[in-house]
Design a protein around this ligand. Sequence first.
Ligand SMILES: *[C@@H]1O[C@H](CO)[C@@H](O)[C@H](O)[C@H]1NC(C)=O
Ligand SMILES: *[C@@H]1O[C@H](CO)[C@@H](O)[C@H](O)[C@H]1NC(C)=O
Ligand SMILES: *[C@@H]1O[C@H](CO)[C@@H](O)[C@H](O)[C@H]1NC(C)=O
Length: 881
Amino acid sequence: MAEAVMLLLIPMLLPHVYSMKCPGNNPPQIPHQWYQPGEILIGGILTLIGCVSQNFPFEQHSDQDYQCYPILLTKFYQHILALVFAIHEINENPSILPNVTLGFHIHDSTIDIKWIYRTTLDLLFTSPELIPNYKCGSQKKMIGVIGGHSSEITSNIATLLTLYKIPQLSFGSFESGLDGQTNMPSFYRMFPKEALQYEGIVQLLLHFRWKWVGLMTLDDKRGDHFLQTLEPMLSRNGICAAFTEKATRQIQWDDIGFMLKYLDSSNANFLDSKANAIIVDGGTGTFIWLATIIFMPTILMKLTEAEYVERTSAGKVWITTAQIDFAFNLFQKAFDIGIFHGALSFSIHSKDILGFQKFLQLLKPSRAKGDGFIKDFWEQVFECVLPGSANPGKSGETCSEEESLETVPAPFFDMSMTDHSYSIYNAVYAIAHALHILDSSRTHHRAMYNRDSLASLNVPPWKLHTLLQRIAFNNSAGDEVTFDEQQELKGGFDITNLITFPNNSYVRVKIGRLDPQVPLSKRVIIDEDRIKWNRHLPQVPPFSVCNDPCKPGYSRKKKEGEKFCCYHCDLCPEGKMSDKEDMDYCITCSEGHYPSQGQDQCLPKITNFLSFHEPLSIILAFFALFFSLIAALVLMSFIKHQDTPIVKANNRTLTYILLISLLLCFLCSLLFIGQPNEVTCLLRQMTFGIIFSVAVSSVLAKTVTVVAAFMASKPGNLFRKWVGKQLAHYIVLSCSIVQVGICAVWLGSSPPFPDMDIHSLSREIIVQCNEGSVTMFYCTLGYIGLLAIICFIVAFLARKLPDSFNEAKFITFSMLVFCSVWLSFVPTYLSTKGKYMVAVEIFSILASSAGLLGCIFLPKCYVIILQPELNRREQLIRKNH
Ligand SMILES: *[C@@H]1O[C@H](CO)[C@@H](O)[C@H](O)[C@H]1NC(C)=O
Ligand SMILES: *[C@@H]1O[C@H](CO)[C@@H](O)[C@H](O)[C@H]1NC(C)=O
Ligand SMILES: *[C@@H]1O[C@H](CO)[C@@H](O)[C@H](O)[C@H]1NC(C)=O
């Protein structure tokens, strides 16, 4: 039913189709065809005519002279030749379809889409009289059709061919995902999955960190689809579209008025954009439009040399999709392909086919039989007139036919096979291989029934589908051709780099590939060293960003009203950092790390403790040892002169206890130097506390002894000397035991332990002894202080007591020193941190001990060592009285 309606409609459409721009009622002499008979035909609907001109080349004719004149995209003639070349190869190859001669019928799809129905029907049925569904007297056996080039043409052909279930192999662009594949079971794409290409574009942009890119496409359904698919993918990957431009295809090249108006309305502002990477999609039409927008004003508007240079030296990286070929039409002969130097293109994977160049070299208009294309091609590409040309009004030299295609610049004709030609070549082979399999399976039947060859049988084209779906063969270049479940070519893309020459020619150099077999992140493989970049790019590889990336140490800040790819850079706040470019936030360093000067990295905090290597600790240790040596020397000289009165006075045992404890005081300060560990932490404050209380309590006991001695010397007093002696020992013992008790409570409740303080200093970790209980620490200290104050008071009161060896004066003085040292210790200790805190404590220990040692023992030593004659009891007594 649908078929019938369709076929009724088509002839009704055709009159409209014919009414093209050219005046007159007759259809223009446009259809270009090439027919070569064979037992089985392969059809081709290819594009060669780019547009139709009425007055080419820009010569004003009178109305009667108007001619419809096809303007070719001469580069696309290679597509036709690739199809012909493949069929010749197959016919000459005895191993494939040995008893069948393949023929072909190639039609130009022309510029008007509506022509496509007529053209397709022409391929299938008899011409010149078209009667759909009737093959009057025709031997045509169309087995498959190759084409077309643009998505619009392709889908229109498919609409018809699907009715007849004739395999259609398209090689160019198409609207993937727009018209569901399920509607078109007879449709095959000589093109890898398009989603792969989108992924490839994103990966390529990510590879070069291009975040601000331009998008160009055609103003049609495919263009919309392209933008709808790509833009979300880009933003997911942090890339923004700086602009989107849509090319119109309706350019009337020969109408200067139209061109001027058009160019005026569509200026190439995008050339000034900061986006250096511009993705061009859509089809060759987009490329032609783009070249027009850039160059046409330079020609039509007669720009000055400087303006021209400025306009044409826009350093951009053009990224083109596989649908695009770098082809110019004949209006564009003056254009400079050099502006596209360095373009990166996705292209269908292709290789050189042996013999194709030779085939091109042998091409001559006079030799081409049945080729309805070559005349126009030859005349337009070489700008000459062939003898017998039907186009009046054309002037120029006569073609010699000795012209060589090798001298034609690549935008007009390429001697090496383009990727689209390669697809056509493979498509022909795919059909031939499918036929060959069908033929081989029939050989068996033929032997049995002695039937005719495949050719004379009525091979229904639909029989090829099951074979085509599973086709797999290696072409002459060694590439495997096979389709996936969606009837799309299995394979990947090449990435090529456009290298242009001063003669306006170019080559496309393969610099990478897009391989569907490998994981997404590695899919784009690029040999960056081989890329030649556009000469006008300021840096290589170029940047394409809205603003320079935020350096480490800065974070991004949104710019109001602009896309997220444009932002300010804010310095990280104090104490935070960012170590990568373009961070959204500054972060705090992990525990034990701190931000470096530039806030761009975290440095591990260095440990802070009083190590043995530091000058400060060396000096402190030196003094500790020096003073202990002195204390030891004093002790030795006292022991040596133990029987002298000055030593014996005021309780010799106490003197020894005091000296030993002072010696230990000096030594215990050494415990504070070095990295704290569990043992030193436990020992530090405990030894300090106990030894000091022993020392201070011995001084106290000495003072009490002085008082006791005075009292004992008074007649009638109960105090006896030995009582004073005992009392002194009790004092030392009890006072020390109290301190030992405090320390025991401290140890029992919360003993000191080694600790790290990460937070107090911004750049260092303080390795310290945590006191465990600060209260206990100050209790210990306070107890010593209390003893010292009592001692001071008693000594102060007793300083005037008459006694031969009254030490009270010295003790008062020493306690004054002692107390002032420890009173000043507390605020200093509290206001320092880390190792200096420890140093303050060591200093206080040393200073107070040295004070005691100096004040109490220096005068005695003076007498003992330097004035031994004074050290006699009589002497002292005499002196006293
Ligand atoms: C081709 O045809 C010839 C005779 O017409 C026949 O002898 C030969 O077997 C055929 N070859 C194949 C492969 O069918
Ligand atoms: C253009 O120049 C390049 C390098 O100079 C050369 O390889 C190429 O063959 C030339 N092309 C044409 C069409 O003259
Ligand atoms: C194509 O060639 C490759 C090796 O070059 C081989 O592994 C593969 O099987 C061949 N494919 C077909 C269909 O012959």
